[in-house]
Design a protein around this ligand. Structure first.
Ligand code: UD1
Length: 364
C-alpha cells in the first residue's frame, strides 16, 4: 500500500485537494489520508467546503487556529511532525501558497518523505507578500513540482531547479470547478441575495495590502459605495476583512447598512460562490484563485493588486490588473457595464484532468 497524505489548511487548499482526493482514492493500492491543519476553521471557511466538494472528514485535524505567521507556522510544523512520526507516509502532497503549505512541506522533506507541491512555480516577485515567501521555500524543498501555467516552468528554470522534478500538469482548481459545474444550477443564492443574473458586480478582498491598512480599506469602501450607485455589488466578507471592518466602523453602523446596494454578506460556500461568480457582470478581487476561475468562465476580473503570480490570466484570460488605481478600476467597470470587455481563452491544460495527470506520476 502506498500511503499518501494530502495537506490542507486554508480555504483555497480545500478546492485544490478535492480532485486529488477523488482521483487518488480510485487507485487500489493507495491509502490516502487528509490532514487539515486548522488554519481556517469557521464552518463557512472550512466544513461547508468539505461538504460541497464531497470530501470526507479529515483523518487528522491539527486544530491550529490563528496566531502570528511565526506562531501559526511553528505550531503546524510541531503538530504535523508528530503525525508523520506516527504514520510515516510515502508521500506528502501540499498545494498552493498558504502558511500550512510551507510548514508541512518543510516537515515532510526533513523526515525524508517524498514531498509534492501542486501549483508550483508561480511568482509575484513581490516579497512583501507572505505567499511569495511560502512559494519560494516550498518549491525549493519539494521533490516533485506540479505546475499549473507556463510561467511556472520559466520561473523554476530561472531558479535553477532540476527539470526532472518539474511537471506541467494543469490546474487542479479548475478540476474542482468543472466537477461541481452541473450542481451550481441548484443554488438559489441570487434569489437569496436579491440580485439578477449579469446585473451585479461581485467583490472579494482579503489581502493584507488592501485590508490591513485603515486608510486603504476606508478608501476601498467609499469606492465600492460609488460603484454600488451604478450597479448592485455583492461582497462576501472574509474573516480577516470582517475583523478590520468591525474595528473601523462604529458599533451603531452595522457593515450591512453601509449602502443599500452594497450587499455585505458572510463568506459563501463553494457552490454558491461559483454560482455568483458565473452570474456576475464583473468581479473585483485580490484573490489568486478568483483570477483563475473568472478566466476559465470568461467573466471580466479587475484585480486590485500591483502584480499577479498568475500572468496567464492577463495574457490569455479576462483579468485586468488595476493595482491601487481605483479610477482605472472604475473605468474598467464602466466598460464592463457598457459591454466592452476583452475576450479571453481558456489556458492550456485547464481541462479538468490535472489531478489525474498528477496521480499518474505520484502513484507508483
Ligand atoms: C490565508 C492565506 C492566503 C489565502 C487566504 C484564503 C497565508 C499567509 N495566507 O489568508 O494566502 O489567500 O488564506 O482565504 O496563509 N480567521 C477566522 N476564521 C477562519 C479563518 C481565519 O476567524 O475560518 C481569522 C484568523 O484567525 C486570522 C484572520 O482570519 O485572524 C486571517 O487568517 P489567516 O489564516 O492568518 O490568513 P488569511 O488572511 O485567511
Amino acid at each position: 500500500m502506498q500511503k499518501i497524505f494530502l495537506v490542507a489548511g486554508a480555504r483555497p487548499n480545500f478546492v485544490k485537494i478535492a480532485p486529488l482526493w477523488h482521483e487518488l482514492s480510485r487507485h487500489q493500492n493507495v491509502d490516502v489520508k487528509i490532514v487539515h491543519t486548522g488554519q481556517h476553521f469557521d464552518e463557512a471557511m472550512s466544513r461547508f467546503f468539505f461538504d460541497d466538494l464531497e470530501l470526507p472528514v479529515p483523518h487528522y485535524n491539527l486544530n491550529i487556529n490563528g496566531g502570528s505567521h511565526a506562531v501559526q507556522t511553528g505550531k503546524i510544523m510541531e503538530h504535523f511532525d508528530k503525525v508523520l512520526e506516527q504514520e510515516m507516509p510515502h508521500d506528502v502532497i501540499v498545494t498552493g501558497d498558504v502558511n500550512s503549505t510551507m510548514a508541512c512541506a518543510l516537515v515532510a522533506v526533513k523526515r525524508g518523505i517524498r514531498t509534492s507541491h501542486v501549483e508550483a512555480g508561480l511568482r509575484s516577485f513581490d516579497r512583501s507578500m507572505p505567499e511569495e515567501i511560502n512559494r519560494i521555500v516550498t518549491d525549493s524543498v519539494s521533490d516533485l513540482l506540479f505546475v499549473s501555467e507556463p510561467s511556472g516552468l520559466t520561473n523554476l528554470e530561472h531558479e535553477g531547479i532540476d527539470g526532472e522534478k518539474i511537471h506541467f500538469s494543469g490546474n487542479v482548481m479548475i478540476d474542482s470547478l468543472i466537477s461541481i459545474n452541473n450542481r451550481i444550477h441548484h443554488s438559489r443564492i441570487l434569489e437569496t441575495i436579491g440580485v439578477q443574473e449579469h446585473k451585479f458586480g461581485l467583490v472579494t478582498l482579503h489581502r493584507p495590502s488592501n485590508v490591513d491598512s485603515t486608510s486603504r480599506l476606508k478608501e476601498l469602501i467609499s469606492w465600492l459605495k460609488e460603484t454600488a450607485n451604478k450597479i448592485p455589488v455583492v461582497f462576501p466578507v472574509h474573516p480577516r476583512t470582517g475583523k478590520r471592518l468591525e474595528q473601523i466602523f462604529s458599533e451603531n453602523t452595522a457593515i450591512q447598512n453601509i449602502h443599500p446596494n452594497l450587499k455585505m454578506i458572510t463568506p459563501l460556500r463553494y457552490i454558491d460562490f461559483q454560482k455568483l461568480l458565473k452570474s456576475a457582470q464583473f468581479v473585483i478581487t485580490d484573490s489568486g484563485g478568483v483570477q483563475e476561475e473568472t478566466t476559465w468562465r470568461g467573466v471580466p476580473c479587475i484585480t486590485l493588486r500591483n502584480n499577479t503570480e498568475r500572468p496567464i490570466t492577463l495574457e490569455t484570460g479576462t483579468n485586468y490588473l488595476a493595482g491601487n488605481d481605483l479610477r482605472l478600476a472604475g473605468s474598467i467597470i464602466n466598460d464592463c457595464i457598457a459591454g466592452r470587455t476583452k475576450q479571453g481563452r481558456i489556458p492550456e491544460l485547464w481541462d479538468g484532468k490535472a489531478a489525474s495527470r498528477i496521480a499518474e506520476i505520484i502513484v507508483r
